[in-house]
Design a protein around this ligand. Sequence first.
Ligand SMILES: Cc1cc2nc3c(=O)[nH]c(=O)nc-3n(C[C@H](O)[C@H](O)[C@H](O)COP(=O)(O)OP(=O)(O)OC[C@H]3O[C@@H](n4cnc5c(N)ncnc54)[C@H](O)[C@@H]3O)c2cc1C
Ligand code: FES
Length: 284
Amino acid sequence: MEENTILEKKNLNSAVVKFVIYKPLIAASAQAGQFVILRGREGGERVPVTLVDWDSTQGTITVIIQAIGKSTTMFNALQQGEKFLNVAGPLGTPVEIKNYGTVAVVGGGVGIAEVYPIARALKQAGNRVIAVLGARTKELLILEKQMNELCDKTVCATDDGSYGMKGMVTDAIETLHNSGEKINAGFVIGPIPMMKFTTRLMDKLNIVPYASLNPIMLDGTGMCGCCRVTVEGTVRFACVEGPMFPAKTIDFDELIRRTSEYKPQEKQSLQAYQKDHVCKCGLH
Ligand SMILES: Cc1cc2nc3c(=O)[nH]c(=O)nc-3n(C[C@H](O)[C@H](O)[C@H](O)COP(=O)(O)OP(=O)(O)OC[C@H]3O[C@@H](n4cnc5c(N)ncnc54)[C@H](O)[C@@H]3O)c2cc1C
Ligand code: FES
């Protein structure tokens, strides 16, 4: 079996795909909170994605990718039996796993997949784990069954009320708090505004917040400085010191500004790709 081969591909919804990839060395050392950098082809962009699962016996890793721009759209068009050009990792600092007591793992959209390995490790460390899963609409809510099986309690919220409670993950956390749940720590992964408001709320409710940051990354090994974020007034490199940080003092507004820097070019690049792309996978 050749490394980087896609052994399994499953569409989780219209934009999100799960890939099981043959990569024994990464499978042997991956830890919760770490990620890989993928390239699909020569000259292609380097894209960070979270290690959602790994199996050291089979030599496989699992990633779950949301098609959002050109590179992720190209990745999600790859088929079982095809290969990623490069799969580099495991990268990043693993999340500190210990017994915090009761923890909330909060995922928004594809962030649900990213928080899943953290939920699993926290459960194995003896925590009572409450999953709070949010999405715009029912179709976009992924991995509910897996989270249900793993966690002590699962609460779902959709913006349009098509599944679970109507509202955002912040509404779900407030409801849990008002019902008497005493949560000690919260691990949040999702869109940046969602992480900003969720960690603010957690701080107000005396829940120690942690958030996994997703700045634009290039090398992923601390050399380019592209992934700079500000935490407690200090510049930190998310690729090596994170991506998970204590969230109370993260400068989320700076992160929003920095990830928006290349929006016009990203849009142009996706449009050019979609114009020329002849779909073979039935997704586009
Ligand atoms: C540590 C880490 C782990 C990640 N894990 C996952 C994962 O498990 N699954 C997944 O689907 N995505 C994950 N992401 C986000 C993923 O890397 C981006 O969606 C991807 O780089 C976008 O590339 P693109 O060419 O398709 O889109 P682009 O055209 O580059 O960007 C499209 C849009 O996405 C935004 N964007 C660009 N780079 C990022 C980024 N790094 N993070 C978030 N938004 C970005 C842009 O502002 C723009 O609005 C992760 C990011 C980081 C930093
Ligand atoms: S991505 Fe280059 S230093 Fe972090």
